[in-house]
Design a protein around this ligand. Structure first.
Ligand SMILES: [Zn+2]
Length: 138
């Protein structure tokens, strides 16, 4: 499928991420709203006149939490009470916020994790079986 005609939904978002290695969201042609969570309707002005927009993949950590009880596939990867993983809200440099796993930080020592730290998308770490956004310190 030509990339420009992909529907505005999570399936397309994940295909861009895992196949094309791009962080794609939508831009509303009517009001300019940018969103990294594609939906067929602008969340701000309800226009359907949308286009795909590529985000740079750079941002900063706004808030985070360290999680001891994860989904089964992550438990199988060794995460759990003794090895919590970090999940955070990343403010993209274009402005919108998105939740993502934060790699390269110590989930056992959250006091050492700084909000405001610069992050980059960790495309190489994304598991095509369980596509989810991951960032690591820049
Ligand atoms: Zn709009």
């Amino acid at each position: 499928m030509a990339t420009e005609t992909r529907p505005f939904n999570a399936t397309s978002f994940n295909a861009y991420l895992t196949e094309d290695k791009r962080l794609m969201g939508v831009r509303c042609r009517a009001c300019g709203m940018l969103s990294p969570e594609p939906r067929p309707l602008c969340r701000s002005c309800h226009s359907r006149d949308l286009e795909w927009h590529e985000f740079s993949g750079r941002g900063e950590l706004s808030t985070f939490t360290c999680i001891s009880i994860g989904p089964v596939y992550m438990v199988e990867q060794g995460f759990g009470r003794n090895n919590p993983y970090c999940s955070g809200i990343v403010t993209l440099e274009e402005g919108p916020r998105i939740s993502a796993r934060i790699l390269g930080v110590d989930g056992n020592n959250p006091q050492n994790i700084r909000t405001g730290m610069d992050l980059v998308l960790a495309l190489e770490e994304i598991d095509p079986e369980h596509p989810s956004l991951m960032f690591r310190p820049a």
